[in-house]
Design a protein around this ligand. Sequence first.
Ligand SMILES: N[C@@H](CCC(=O)N[C@@H](CS)C(=O)NCC(=O)O)C(=O)O
Length: 271
Amino acid sequence: MKEKLEMLKLYNGVTSVCSVKVRIGLAEIGLDYEDQRLDIQKGDQFDPDYMKLNPAAVVPTLIDDGLVLVESSLILEYLDQTYNQNRLMPVDRAKAVAARHWLLRCLAIHAAVNTLTHSTVNRKRHLASKTPQEIEAMIARKPDPVSQMKRKDLYANGLKSPYVSQALMHLRSAFADMGKVLSEGDWVTGPEFGIADIALISYIDRLERLGFRGLWLDTEPRVADWLASMQSRQSYQVEVQSKIPAQMAEAQLRDGSEFWSELEDRWRASA
Ligand SMILES: N[C@@H](CCC(=O)N[C@@H](CS)C(=O)NCC(=O)O)C(=O)O
């Protein structure tokens, strides 16, 4: 196990799903960290100094003793390997592969949750508070032209965007697979809590915070039970529940719930 020479530094956003994922991982392992909070609504991620660390201009970024790490799933695995003797990774070969598969799937699941967040509450807020030119300028700051294209489409078309169809397809298969594995054990890779549970919690939690729990409640009730177990862990309470201001959480739920009926129609139509 590596000796920790200096405090880990985590650049993160308070509600950002991939930041939450790493913060929960740090708490589960029992690692302290220096909390470098970025306001991604304001655009702190585009600061040129920050972009030297994370050229994609996204959070999170972890600094460990001069080593710069990006990508939340990789950061989780690095922390487990370096400071936790791989205790969050299943020992069983097949279960370890399954855990890594979930870490990879997080890229698509992240994109899906990002789509549902931006096509609903974020779109509504930006359209209400910014001119079309301001929205265009905000999107133009994103370094990746494909991300720009996606964001433009979500703000133009909301839940009618084709990216929403893609998001629902990935979520449907993720929930079905979660339901299946959760019928075999309490956690995503079996009877032991592990890295795949930490990797997935923030995404499902965000959907619930948007008022979209109908995406799994009736069809995959085991996902709801798993989410409740995750939310009762101390790591979640400390790193999510107590850090997201109540007012912010209430506004997200109120705004998101307005879109549930339209989203539900799309969800049923795409089944
Ligand atoms: N695959 C990356 C995704 C990182 C990402 O997109 N982060 C979001 C917050 S969850 C972000 O920083 N967004 C800022 C923006 O879109 O400008 C990871 O898991 O770390």
